[in-house]
Design a protein around this ligand. Structure first.
Ligand SMILES: *Cc1c(COP(=O)(O)O)cnc(C)c1O
Length: 229
């Protein structure tokens, strides 16, 4: 299937799932994750109505974005090293992978230097796998409170990469947990924190993510096809 058809059937599927759980599909954003995907195919996705592109590496994003004159929103979805923060701030509209206080401080400092306030999502390690990046679920509230004082960043919500498994139902507890943390922080009305986006769900698990309240899906394979290598 081509990209146009992939996007059409993805949107139909999202609408169907949302309807079943009585949610408005309009409130669910799609981030097309284009790591390893060539520029021409990214442009095609933009022509087919995609508005947000996600990349997981700063250097790859830099090379590709400069070849795409069209306007679109740019999100970083992969781990960010502090030495690449300055570049990332120039490239992206949102950093979805804020996973340490050190990184928060660096992003804030660099953003202020370039006269910006960087939108970020706090990445939460809901599966508690050692190999995963992200703040531990129990520490998210305190983490968010500490970042609320940084003038160069604006927390816009939470992000998680669910458990990596072939049994999709095993991801559900991860998503449930993130939604609970999201609502809890939201209810605290912390000054400077805007709990708007709940970024969870990828190609394999977006159905479960929508059922559990996601309003931002990060989709690669279902739009661009299997990645090579
Ligand atoms: C690659 C990637 C995705 C998209 O994965 P698919 O399974 O291809 O949909 C989403 N989020 C992050 C953080 C990724 O690195």
């Amino acid at each position: 299937m081509g990209i146009e058809e992939n996007i059409r059937s993805l949107k139909e599927d999202i609408a169907k799932i949302a309807e079943k759980v009585k949610r408005n599909p309009e409130e669910i954003k799609i981030v097309a994750v284009s790591k390893t995907v060539e520029v021409e195919r990214i442009k095609e996705a933009l022509r087919c109505g995609i508005k947000i592109i996600g990349e997981n590496k700063v250097q790859e994003a830099e090379e590709k974005f400069r070849q795409i004159p069209e306007k679109f929103e740019k999100h970083l979805v992969g781990h960010l090293q502090t030495n690449k923060v300055k570049k990332a701030i120039g490239l992206f509209d949102m950093i979805q992978s804020l996973d340490s206080l050190k990184l928060a401080n660096e992003i804030s400092k660099r953003a202020l230097e370039s006269g910006k306030v960087m939108k970020v999502l706090v990445e939460v390690n809901t599966s508690e796998e050692e190999t995963k990046f992200g703040i531990k679920p129990d520490e998210v509230l305190d983490f968010v409170k500490s970042t609320s004082e940084l003038k160069g960043i604006k927390v816009k919500g939470l992000m998680t990469v669910g458990l990596f498994t072939s049994e999709v139902e095993k991801v559900r507890p991860c998503f449930k947990r993130l939604k609970e943390i999201f609502e809890r922080i939201k209810s605290k009305n912390i000054l400077g924190i805007d709990m708007k986006y709940l970024s969870m769900g990828m190609t394999a698990d977006y159905k479960v993510a929508i059922e559990e309240g996601s309003n931002m899906l990060r989709i690669g394979t279902a739009i661009f096809g299997e990645r090579k290598g």
